[in-house]
Design a binder for this molecule. Structure first.
Ligand code: MF3
Ligand code: CO
Length: 247
């Protein structure tokens, strides 16, 4: 069963989402050469505490940090550490928070200084694939309309879609039904309905879609070491149409 939220619940999630977007904006300003990924985590911890909310990730299945920070060939679930960002890197920051009993979740990939044209294109295509998918999250459409929108857009531009991780429903839990793949068979899956809230999160690679998990048990990297990008929004269906809550 896919949980359906009331307007009041979605209102609470919108408030949490606005706060999350502000935290993300603060972290974007902290992205620069010389910053360690751990310093970004510390900045996130401070911003999360300041806002009076909670990290949804810390302690989740034993996850040790407040946010996920994934650099270059790291796809998702990078654990912050002493690694300094250097000019030319791309860095994906993924944050989930809980506020007043509701979760919201978002991710963005940022450029560190000047980056290559290929990395720039990867960021653009990933961000745009999320926008295309959001537009299709309408009541009456099928979930696969959302999934296929990402896949068609991305593969049409020569990039690949990660298969091992997917988006998800969200609300009273960080991960609720349904799974929201970024690939699929057209015309399949559940029909989208008023009150559904989904995290759509394309994870897009420049080379092969295949990933590996590092020794730390968390960090997913591309199998060919080529760069990867990740954008995520929490989106509700309100009055039949998609409403981005994390902005
Ligand atoms: N943002 C991830 C997701 O959407 C969650 C990160 S897993 C955690 O599923 F362990 F870091 F929390
Ligand atoms: Co998510």
């Amino acid at each position: 069963m896919i949980p359906i939220k009331t307007c009041q619940e979605i209102d609470k999630m919108r408030k949490a989402g606005r706060i999350l977007a502000q935290i993300m904006d603060q972290l974007e300003k902290a992205v620069r050469p010389g910053r360690s990924t751990q310093e970004l985590d510390e900045a996130a911890a401070a911003a999360i505490a300041q806002a009076g909310v909670h990290s949804a990730f810390k302690g989740y299945h034993g996850y040790p940090a407040n946010i996920c920070v994934s650099v270059n060939d790291e796809v998702v679930h990078g654990i912050p550490g002493r690694r300094p960002l250097v000019e030319g890197d791309i860095v994906s920051i993924d944050i989930g928070i809980e506020m007043a009993g509701y979760f919201v979740d978002m991710a963005k990939t940022f450029a560190v200084g000047k980056i290559s044209a290929q990395k720039q294109k990867l960021l653009e295509v990933t961000r745009e694939s999320l926008e295309k998918a959001i537009q299709l999250m309408k009541a009456g459409n099928k979930l696969s309309d959302v999934s296929c929108a990402v896949q068609d857009y991305v593969e049409g531009r020569g990039f690949s879609v990660v298969r091992d991780f997917v988006g998800h429903g969200i609300g009273k839990e960080l991960h609720e039904e349904p799974q929201v793949p970024n690939f699929g068979t057209p015309g399949s899956g559940p029909v989208l309905k008023e009150g559904m809230v989904l995290c759509i999160e394309p994870m897009i690679n420049s080379g092969t879609w295949e990933v590996e998990i590092l020794q730390d048990g968390w960090t997913a990297v591309t199998a060919d070491k080529k760069p990867s990008a990740h954008f995520e929004h929490t989106v509700a269906i309100c009055n039949g149409v998609p409403v981005v809550l994390t902005q």
